[in-house]
Design a protein around this ligand. Structure first.
Ligand code: PFF
Length: 452
């Protein structure tokens, strides 16, 4: 039997879950390092601009469609379509979203697995388990598989428990923990010698580097990735929101928390890197560029922690714990998208659906691990650079052109009675119709032109 649909019980529960989805490895690691290598404060400005001008409107499209339809992305896009053809195209985009979300989880789990393994390595080190830390931190088939599998298993357990007892309850616990750990770690790192230099690099704008097209394309991908857009995760979270809630305000909170945590993470990662430099750790390549992101996190930071003795070990444990939590609140939303679809459309019980889809994703992760050099980077590029923005484009088209404007206003007005005269209704419908699709298409056209 199919159980009734879940619903978030409180506003905080929704914001914790949706911001939990948005805040992940992308914010805590990706954003600060990208900012560092791309013009510091200037990149920060472009990122903020894209987050509010492009990502927030698309997030709203997903949330509004989701809450109206109270169902998964596939059924929702079909139901708001006026005819069969558009209904089928909408449903196909929804299914593509489920596939992209699953593919994202398949590589995300590998990286999250590394975070858990590194955290455990420092714990093992404290207990003087001599050979274990080396195994946990070395790139190996078995280690990668075991920890990606473990991470997916935890994700399956939470998603199986449903919206209130799983997603909401765990997001409410994990998000404040993440924030506290982040603030405590940044405050500590800022006291280290050399940290000030990192802060300068982070905050001083270098406009010449921030205006390159390559960078804007990257910033677009990061903005979509950061707010978990295009793949139906935000739509499904929107579908669990009560009709009484003011959606534009809730979406605004989610965007603010997401951007705020990314900015806050910059106060941890950049100063930490320059503190490492101060302690004699190499953070630049011979050409003078910053060492690539993954090398930075898994070699530079551990080297910094190692120069600091016992405090360093505690710091390392807190850091990798933080990364694992951030990854987990995101992975549950990735799995929820296909699970909700299968539960609602194919009447499969939630627990079985989570197990089944989770297992398929774990197999995909194994396949990537086995063909790491060829697949890892390509899957990331395919899903985040192309998949998410293109599917985000479809949401703009469905919210802006396909769905009836009056229905849209009615949906917003449910929790915001004066919506018609509000600022949101003055700008958003026009924005989602013209500006957002044009920006996405423009950036894509440019990208293709460069590749020819
Ligand atoms: N927003 C997450 C991050 O910044 O790490 C990644 C993500 C979560 C992407 C959920 C897509 C998704 F559906």
């Amino acid at each position: 039997m199919v159980s009734p649909r879940g619903e978030f019980t409180s506003r905080f529960g929704f914001v914790a879950a949706a911001a939990g989805s948005a805040v992940g490895l992308g914010n805590v690691w990706g954003f600060p390092t990208q900012a560092a290598s791309n013009g510091g404060g200037a990149f920060l400005l472009i990122y903020l601009l894209l987050a509010f001008v492009l990502a927030y409107p698309v997030l709203m499209a997903e949330l509004i469609i989701g809450r109206h339809a109270h169902t998964n992305a596939v059924t929702a896009l079909r139901n708001i379509s006026p005819n069969r053809l558009l209904g089928n195209i909408g449903a196909a985009s929804g299914i593509a979203g489920c596939i992209v979300a699953s593919l994202i989880l398949s590589f995300y789990a590998i990286v999250a697995g590394w975070m858990i393994a590194f955290g455990l390595a420092y714990v093992a080190d404290l207990f003087r388990l001599s050979s274990l830390p080396a195994w946990l931190t070395a790139f190996g088939l078995v280690r990668n598989t075991v920890f990606a599998g473990l991470f997916i298993a935890i994700t399956i357990i939470i998603v199986s428990a449903g919206v209130q007892r799983g997603i909401e309850r765990w997001s409410e616990r994990l998000m404040p923990t993440l924030l506290l750990t982040l603030v405590a770690l940044s405050m500590y790192v800022l006291t280290l010698d050399g940290a000030e230099q990192g802060l300068k690099i982070y905050l001083l704008p270098d406009v010449t580097r921030a205006l390159s097209t390559e960078l804007i394309i990257d910033a677009l991908g990061s903005a979509f990735f950061s707010l978990s857009l295009g793949v139906g995760t935000m739509l499904i979270y929107g579908s669990y929101v009560n009709d009484k809630e003011n959606l534009p305000a809730l979406g605004g909170w989610v965007t603010l928390v997401d951007v705020g945590i990314a900015v806050l993470a910059g106060f941890l990662v950049l100063p930490a890197m320059y503190a490492a430099l101060h302690n004699g750790v190499e953070i630049f390549t011979e050409g003078g560029a910053l060492i690539s992101e993954d090398t930075l996190i898994f070699t530079v930071l551990p080297q910094l922690f190692d120069t600091m003795g016992f405090t360093g070990s505690l710091l390392a444990i807190a850091f990798f714990f933080l990364m694992s939590i951030a990854a987990l609140t995101s992975s549950i939303s990735m799995l929820e998208a296909p699970v909700a679809y299968v539960v609602e459309e194919h009447s499969i019980e939630r627990r079985s659906a989570a197990m089944l889809i989770g297992t398929v994703i774990a197999l995909a992760s194994c396949f990537i691990i086995l063909n790491f050099d060829t697949l890892f980077g390509s899957v990331i590029k395919l899903t985040t650079r192309y998949g998410q923005p293109l599917l985000g484009f479809m949401f703009c088209i469905y919210a802006g052109w396909v769905w009836h404007r009056d229905a849209l206003l009615q949906e917003i007005a449910k929790g915001y009675p004066d919506a018609r005269n509000g600022l949101f209704w003055t700008f958003w419908p026009w924005h989602i119709r013209f500006i957002c699709p044009l920006i996405i298409l423009g950036i894509f056209a440019h990208m293709l032109q460069q590749q020819v």
